[in-house]
Design a protein around this ligand. Structure first.
Ligand code: ATP
Length: 468
């Protein structure tokens, strides 16, 4: 990457000499001779370092103009390193400049070696800062996305085997891909799979739940903002597009954004460039776009709720992920994977399903798809009182009968008739304790141990839930 240096001095012979020196070292140089022109360039373009004279025509010795310029440059780009120079240099002025925010200083007449060394050091520090803040933002996002990486992909059905092959092939292209399918079918997981098999796999994969971004925060979330760009912008913020640069951006729930956000997104995708809010610096978009929706976008286009031109931009190719009920061969292998995972996590020794439980897993129609399957297996594990999961542990149909469900009895029914989706945390905890007491036929030591509780913590809970 060619580093760009901004130089400012009112003496054109100084500017010419610096230009010649810096260009001969492979730098790109933009030079100006007035403070106004300096600020204008800093607003327009991204520089790696600024090398500025402190004195201009207005007064030629005090360095006041230079101090003012440092302050204003910092307002525009607080991370831009500024190296100052002056022909009337004194230690005092150099110290004042550093206090005002300059990173280093050189005295005129400069020694070429020393000047180049100073500039290179500042460029390196600057790029470490930029990478550092990008990594910090990426890190926060990655923590949220860690769940994606937790499971091995199960694809036993013919349709999913074919889908995986197709995804692997398409991953190598840079095409925009739209994934459609019901909730919980694995769209997010497959988006990451495409990224992992793409030529951008060493770069970031940034997932954005478009449905969760409010209209007012849309631009700042997606494009970032400068410090002070609006009342709450206390710090500069890197947007999702910038974070995903060179990698992949995954726009989940794409049909959930309003028409005005669609227009903003379309502009960026068409022009393939964007600016942070409050900045006039344009950044070129270099990333792969994968989006996903569970909505019928064709219908939304007809009803005017989704822009057709945006749809075309997002969708060089559409892939539909089938619902779990349409690929029954995946149900048991998935259920087994979830059982092994949850049993390991909670240290509960249940390894398999009874034949009848397996049959009912296959017969069920899974409106919540794989996410629902995972939840039901997790719950079954806690309801299970034997060595393998039985039909009763799966609790199919219990949610519809929630109204009649007992949630207070201490006889073990409470856990079996409650639904994790609607219970309070206390209800869930009580249900689990009751089921475990039953499993260990009331043996407090074994029950407490299996719950990972000390005996006193266990007894405190028995009291709390009136189970003594
Ligand atoms: N084939 C698969 N093998 C293993 N786990 C899977 C598979 N498909 C989905 N999962 C798991 O199921 C859960 C739901 O998948 P995911 O979040 O990718 O679905 P989604 O279609 O993006 O859902 P939503 O539309 O609600 O965002 C995740 O925990 C995911 O890891």
């Amino acid at each position: 990457m060619i580093e760009k240096i901004l130089i400012a001095d009112d003496d054109t012979s100084v500017v010419a000499a610096l230009q010649m020196l810096l260009k001969s070292q492979g730098f790109e140089v933009v030079s100006v001779t007035t403070p106004d022109a300096l600020l204008e360039q800093a607003k327009k373009q991204q520089f790696s370092v600024a090398l500025i004279d402190l004195n201009y025509q207005n007064d030629t010795t005090s360095g006041h103009e230079g101090m003012q310029m440092i302050a204003e440059l910092k307002q525009i780009d607080e991370k831009l390193p500024i190296v100052v120079m002056t022909g009337y240099s004194s230690v005092d002025i150099a110290v004042d400049a550093m206090k005002a925010g300059a990173a280093d200083f050189v005295q005129k007449p400069w020694g070429n070696e020393r000047l180049l060394h100073t500039l290179r050091t500042q460029i390196q520090l600057h790029s470490a800062h930029v990478i550092g803040s990008k990594l910090a933002s990426e890190n926060t996002l990655l923590k949220d996305q860690l769940s994606l990486a937790k499971h091995a992909i199960v694809a036993e059905s013919e349709s999913m085997k074919a889908m995986l092959l197709q995804l692997k092939k398409l991953a190598k292209s840079d095409m925009s891909i739209l994934l459609t399918g019901e909730n919980g079918t694995g769209k997010s997981m497959f988006a990451e799979y495409i990224h992992q098999y793409s030529m951008r796999h060493k770069q970031a994969f940034i997932a954005v739940n478009m449905g969760a971004i409010t209209e007012s925060l849309f631009e700042s979330e997606m494009f970032g903002h400068m410090k002070g760009a609006f009342t709450d912008a206390k710090e500069a913020r890197i947007g999702r597009f910038e974070l995903a640069q060179a990698g992949t951006i995954f726009l989940d729930e794409i049909a959930n954004i309003g028409i005005s956000q669609q227009a903003k997104l379309l502009r960026v995708l068409e022009e393939r460039q964007f600016e942070r809010v409050g900045s006039s610096k344009t950044q070129q978009l270099d990333l792969r776009i994968i989006s996903a929706t569970n909505a019928n976008v064709d219908k939304m286009i007809v009803s005017g709720d989704f822009r057709q031109d945006l749809y075309y931009r997002l969708n060089t190719i559409t892939l539909h992920i089938p619902a779990l009920r349409e690929r029954k061969a995946d149900i048991i292998p998935l259920a087994q994977q979830f059982l092994t995972q949850h049993a390991h996590k909670y240290r509960i020794p249940v390894g398999t399903f009874s034949a009848k439980a397996a049959a009912s897993l296959e017969a069920y129609d899974w409106p919540g798809n794989i996410r629902e399957l995972s939840h039901i297996i997790e719950r079954a594990l806690f309801l299970c009182t034997g060595d393998c999961i039985e039909v009763k542990d799966l609790g199919f149909g219990l949610n519809e009968h929630q109204d009649q469900a007992s949630t207070t009895g201490a006889d073990g029914n409470s856990a079996q008739t409650s639904s994790f989706e609607q219970d309070s945390l206390d209800d869930i905890e009580k249900g689990i304790i009751v089921a475990r007491m039953k499993k260990f036929t009331g043996n407090p030591i074994k029950t407490a141990e299996s719950l990972g509780l000390s005996r006193s913590a266990y007894y405190r809970r028995l009291e709390k839930y009136n189970l003594t």
